[in-house]
Design a protein. Sequence first.
Length: 250
Amino acid sequence: MTRDLLTARLIMKRCLSERAQCFHLDFEVDGVGNFAFTPGQFVSAVAEDANGKQQMRAYSIASAPHGNRFALCLNRVDDGFFSNRLADMEEGETQQFQEPLGFFTLHQPLTDSILIATGTGVAPMRGFLQWLFPTGGPDRSEGHQIWLIYGTRRETELYYRDEFEAYAAQYANFQYLPTLSRAAEDWSGLRGYVQEHAVRIASESEMNAAGPEFGIHAYVCGLSPMINAVREKLKGLGWNRKQIITERYD
């Protein structure tokens, strides 16, 4: 079954990290008043390469629904066709995408939730948080505890840090927990890997109950080794496999 292609226009680009060559891209979808998707889903970019072969690459949406707009967060990759194509776009240029798909979404009814991400795996987490705590809108978190454990190597690679810190300052039930694996000496925050901090929070949570009536979920996005490590740690606490929702980037 052939899926319809949408044309999206780049309206804003900013570099999140010069060192990592990570970019935030804001798009508007041409010809629609409302671009509908569920936070956590992805879009697939489509284009022909220099040999005339059609290429496709999926990217998690780094925003919650907002009119006809959506955002992406991506790194430039050596010899990467789409990562470089998108990173090199100028504002006003267009790119074709297939409509959103994916099952990496917040489960309903909502529960206490540990969001765990590394690198650009933070993209769907940003979408979750924008939906849970919308600017000028009602708080959808229902008072549940929400943790974001975000791991990267260096402080300069903590994407969207100001936004997440603002949520933490405004909402008592949200905690932003950045952790660095190669922190400088003056870093006063958490150190080490996300799985270490995830198991600590899960162990301390009052809702850490396995079985059909569990009251907590973990949403994990990043590369396979990290996801596997988190899964094994949580399973070691007796977590049900359905409590652990994952999205792999490799």
